[in-house]
Write a protein that binds this ligand. Structure first.
Ligand code: FES
Length: 103
């Protein structure tokens, strides 16, 4: 299947410091705004499936609301376990909206 860009939020819905959970097609996405820059991760925590987009964002670190696993939203890297990383999605801002690329 070809990848495609999907609009998931208005820019104003996700100000700096905010994380959102959104659907892009059938994929759950965690969208984060770090100091005006947007990042997107697969929204399903690799631990037990918690909703990363409903977690707490502090700086560039999102904390899963279920058991506290933490990821750097810029590259998906788990903050303590080098072997764990969460897939990232390409993000762009266009026409006052945030778009992610899904496969
Ligand atoms: S499901 Fe995310 S930390 Fe357990």
């Amino acid at each position: 299947m070809m990848s495609q860009w999907i609009k998931i939020a208005a820019v104003e819905e996700c100000p700096p410091g905010v994380a959102l959970e959104r659907l892009a097609g059938e994929q759950i996405v965690a969208l984060m705004n770090v100091d005006g820059e947007f990042f997107a991760l697969d929204g399903v925590c690799p631990h037990q499936g918690g909703p990363l987009g409903k977690g707490c964002l502090a700086g560039a670190v999102i904390t899963c609301p279920w058991h506290g696993w933490q990821f750097d939203v810029r590259d998906g890297q788990h903050c303590f376990s080098p072997s764990v990383s969460q897939p990232t999605l390409p993000v762009k801002v266009e026409a006052d909206a945030v778009w992610v690329q899904v496969n």
